[in-house]
Design a protein around this ligand. Structure first.
Ligand SMILES: C[S@@+](CC[C@H](N)C(=O)[O-])C[C@H]1O[C@@H](n2cnc3c(N)ncnc32)[C@H](O)[C@@H]1O
Length: 251
């Protein structure tokens, strides 16, 4: 279901009270453990990573379906092992259309190695690094995509990133941000507190380094940041996975 108006969407969680109870219990259990550095977190879990992420399988197909058929150059933020590219590949094959040239950015080499092993024949370049630092250029891409990656960051961190994505898109380009969002403002606060506590427990992680702790935001707050970054319109799209939405931001 695609809508311009967030309030027209079904609730993000079928049973909000139970979701909050489960999340609170999970955070309490996690709070004794120091945060793990981002790339390290995914590296130690690289075996079975794709199978684990299949709980989000519809996200990949719904996102791939929104990539314009005439997209020639695609930016993928946090491409990981390339699950959204797998879905796009299936779609391109089914529709007999060309797979676009891709520029991916990710900080976990172990997952990027899996991506290249799956797609040795494609025009895919991946820069190993943080999408906050890697330059994307100006008016280079027809479309930008990100699946299940940007929910690790605060709204303040997202604004310059979204500005960079806006700048990198050609006029009329779209940014597909498919991610985990909070179901209510209390969930945002709970996760922020969780991040603060566990971030402080790991003194080996430098100030500029990232930790793997979810910081889902309210989708309408994220859409407001996208508009502040320059996007003219943001649409909301359900993807058939609880807690996850696809935001379609138009340049
Ligand atoms: C949950 S995985 C999702 C990967 C892929 N998009 C998918 O859905 O399977 C999150 C990915 O984001 C990457 N990531 C997190 N923060 C990043 C950053 N600041 N710059 C680049 N990649 C980042 C991680 O390395 C990881 O591969």
């Amino acid at each position: 279901m695609i809508t311009k108006n967030y309030t027209e969407l079904p609730p993000l969680r079928a049973d909000l009270a139970k979701h909050m109870e489960d999340t609170r219990a999970w955070i309490e259990e996690q709070c004794g453990r120091p945060a793990e550095e981002m790339a390290e977190f995914f590296t130690v879990r690289e075996d079975g990573y794709d199978e684990h992420m299949m709980q989000f399988a519809p996200c990949y197909d719904v996102t791939a379906a929104q990539i314009p058929a005439d997209c020639r150059y695609l930016l993928d933020l946090g491409c990981g092992s390339g699950l959204e590219l797998d879905a796009l590949d299936r779609l391109c094959r089914a529709e007999g259309r060309a797979f676009p040239k891709v520029f991916g950015v990710d900080m976990t080499k172990a997952l990027v190695d899996q991506l290249f092993a799956k797609h040795p024949d494609k025009d895919i370049t991946v820069e190993l690094g943080s999408y906050f630092d890697v330059p994307f250029g100006t008016e280079e891409f027809d479309c930008a995509v990100s699946v299940e990656s940007i929910h690790h960051f605060s709204l303040d961190e997202k604004l310059p990133l979204f500005r960079k994505v806006w700048e990198a898109l050609k006029p009329g380009g779209i940014f597909l941000q498919c991610d985990y969002f909070a179901a209510c403002p209390e969930e945002v606060d709970m996760n922020e507190e969780h991040w603060r506590i566990r971030r402080a427990m790991n003194r080996d992680i430098g100030d500029g380094d990232f930790v793997h702790i979810d910081r889902p935001q309210m989708a309408y707050d994220e859409a407001a940041v996208m508009e502040k970054a320059g996007f003219s319109e943001v649409l909301y799209c359900t993807v058939g996975v609880e807690g996850t939405l696809l935001l379609i931001a138009k340049k």
